[in-house]
Each structure stands twice: as C-alpha cells, then as structure tokens.
Design a protein around this ligand. Sequence first.
Ligand SMILES: NC(=O)C1=CN([C@@H]2O[C@H](COP(=O)(O)OP(=O)(O)OC[C@H]3O[C@@H](n4cnc5c(N)ncnc54)[C@H](O)[C@@H]3O)[C@@H](O)[C@H]2O)C=CC1
Ligand SMILES: CC(C)CC(=O)C(=O)O
Ligand SMILES: [Mg+2]
Length: 352
Amino acid sequence: MPKIVTLPGDGIGPEVTAAAVAVLREVAPDVTIEEHLIGGVAYDTHGDPFPQVTRDALGDADAVLLGTVGGAQDSAWNLLPRHLRPESGLLALRKALGCYANLRPVRVQPGLEHLSPLKAELARGVDILIVRELLGGVYFDGDRKIDGDTAYNTMRYTTPEVERVARVAFWAAEQRKGRVTSVDKANVLEVSELWRRDVTALRDREYRGVHLNHEYVDSVAMLIVSDPSRYDVIVTENLFGDILSDLAAVIPGSLGLMPSASLGDGAGLFEPIHGSAPDIAGKGVANPAAAIMSAGMLLRHGLKRPEGANQIDRAVALALREHPTRDLGGRADTQTFTRAVLSALETSPAVG
Ligand SMILES: NC(=O)C1=CN([C@@H]2O[C@H](COP(=O)(O)OP(=O)(O)OC[C@H]3O[C@@H](n4cnc5c(N)ncnc54)[C@H](O)[C@@H]3O)[C@@H](O)[C@H]2O)C=CC1
Ligand SMILES: CC(C)CC(=O)C(=O)O
Ligand SMILES: [Mg+2]
C-alpha cells in the first residue's frame, strides 16, 4: 500500500491540504496518509521548522504532499535566525528529498478563459510547463552572509546541476510539443553563461529532436503574459523560476490555480506554488484547486496513476466552471469548492 506523508504547514496550508486529502481519499482510497509538522508550526512545537520526527517519516514515503509555510510580514517567525524560520524548513525538506526539478504547469482549460484577466484570445489554449531548478542558485550552496551594512548571496551552479534539470525539461518536451525555452541572464551573469552552454551542449548531444531557444529573463517576464502561447517548456534556474511562475499565475487567473511537482532522486514532493496567504488564512476562503491539482500530480508522477490524475483535473475544471472561488471573482469558499470537486468525481468516470 503506498504511503503518503502530508505536511499541511502554516496559514492556508492546512485548509487547502485538507481539501486535497479529501479528494485523494476519494480517488485513491488504498493509500496510507500520515500527517506531520513543517514550517512555523513545527518550530513552535519542536523548536525546528523541519524536525527529526518529520524527517524520519519521509524514510518510507512514496510521495509527500505539502501545504504552505510561513507567516505574515510582521510574524515573530521572521525575527528568528534564518535557519529556524519556516521557509528554511521547506528548503531543507526539498534538499532532503533531492527534488531538483520543480514542474509548474500553467494551463488554461477550455472554457475557463474567462477566469483570466488577460484577453480571452491570449489566454485560450495556454499550456506551458515551467521547469524550475529547485536545489541550487542563490537559495542554496553559494556563499551567503549579512554583516553590518554588507550582505551577499551567491548564485552558483555546476554542470551536473544544470544538466540534470535540463534533462527533465527535454524529456517533458518530448511528450509535449517538442520545444524548450531556456531562460537566463547570459548577457550579464557568468552563471547564466555556464547554464546556456551546458543546456545547449546537452541538447546537441542527446536531444537533437527537441527545438531549443534561449531568452533573457527580463524579456520573458513581459512575453509570458503578453504572448503566452509562444512557450511550451521553459527551463530556468531557481530564483528566476520562482518569480516567473508567480507571474504566470496571472494567465489562468490566480495563484490558487498553480500546482507543482518536484521530482528528483527519491520520493517526489507535491505542493501548490502559492504561499501561506496570511491575509486570508483562517477565513475558509482559500482556493484549494492548486493543492487538489498537486494531489493529481502526485498520482501522475509519484504513484504512476495517470487515470486518477486525469479524473482530478476534469473534476477541478468542472468545479471551476460551476463554483469559482473568490480569488477568481466567484463566491465559493474552500468547502463549497471542495464539495463541488468531490461531487464532480462521483459523476466523472475514471477513464483516460
Ligand atoms: N511554498 C511555500 O510554502 C511558500 C511560502 N511563502 C510564504 O508565504 C507567506 C506569504 O507570502 P506572500 O508573499 O503573501 O505570498 P502568498 O502566495 O501567500 O499570497 C499572495 C497573494 O495571493 C493570495 N493567494 C495565495 N494563495 C491563494 C489561494 N490558494 N487562494 C486564494 N488566494 C490566494 C493571497 O491571499 C495573497 O493576496 C510568507 O511567509 C512567504 O514566505 C511564499 C511562497 C511559497
Ligand atoms: C522557500 C519558498 C518560500 C520559496 C518560494 O516562494 C517557492 O518555492 O515558491
Ligand atoms: Mg514562490
């Protein structure tokens, strides 16, 4: 029986994870689900945002479903030494799982163009996969320091780190339209020069059937919302991918529609891309679609059950049509939307 560890975390994390778990129990009733602490709530309980008891639970997990971590800007957690803050717990989790490739799909389902603030003709048919490098760059290994009035973080990549995430992007492109756009800042940064060189060399060696182009991150920030259909797979480093994917959430209409799968050496990590949304936490109005679709990605990539994942995607699309949540201009709260997904599952056969 597959074992899934859930880590609801902070803010709206527990609210959207509860919705995702309800859907998982419906679609995959045979899986064992074990809940543990991460983030600020783990610090409050154990003095550590990624405590040993949570680490131990991951040992025999087949997949991990995460909510969100972190507090409001004025949260006491933000005054802790950095390694004790909620976000450090999440970074340590990603590292512990060896999840170096973060897949962030940006999709506008047919008939849901009206949820986008973009003109319908721009939003229609958008289907982008952002592959974000997740274990390197400024978030990790480089030198970092704050000392008086000077601070620095170093963006550092090695060829093996670039190649392993680029391989995932090329592999994904082969199942899709066969186009990869590698995003960097090679006109300014040495680290981007290496990134571009290694991505190109890998394509020339192993993926000649995939079309590769390179674009600068600043212009992609403009093009991804003004001409999103130009992209199939985007591969980029950690910080650029973090920022571009929140920006890309504008295309489907909300951060609440952006799921993700982080893949690597062992069990995968599945999480919505949004944060803990302290402004709406505890109000029962968070859009749980991203968390529910992340559970779908868990079934697809983590448990290799594509039919369950397809069932979830169809049910979410139906629920969005009938019961859009408040972030999308609708009236449904978290529970109403979740109930709509569950009832769509009952009427949607598990095919395809
Ligand atoms: N993976 C994670 O756990 C992440 C955690 N964070 C943390 O989250 C906290 C808040 O960060 P913010 O910058 O405010 O970003 P955020 O993503 O939490 O919120 C940004 C805006 O989007 C809205 N929003 C986000 N998810 C939503 C949902 N599912 N339904 C409806 N509205 C939603 C929020 O209400 C807010 O107005 C910080 O502590 C930050 O460090 C931020 C990003 C990722
Ligand atoms: C550590 C997280 C707070 C970084 C982030 O925003 C993300 O991974 O999307
Ligand atoms: Mg982010």
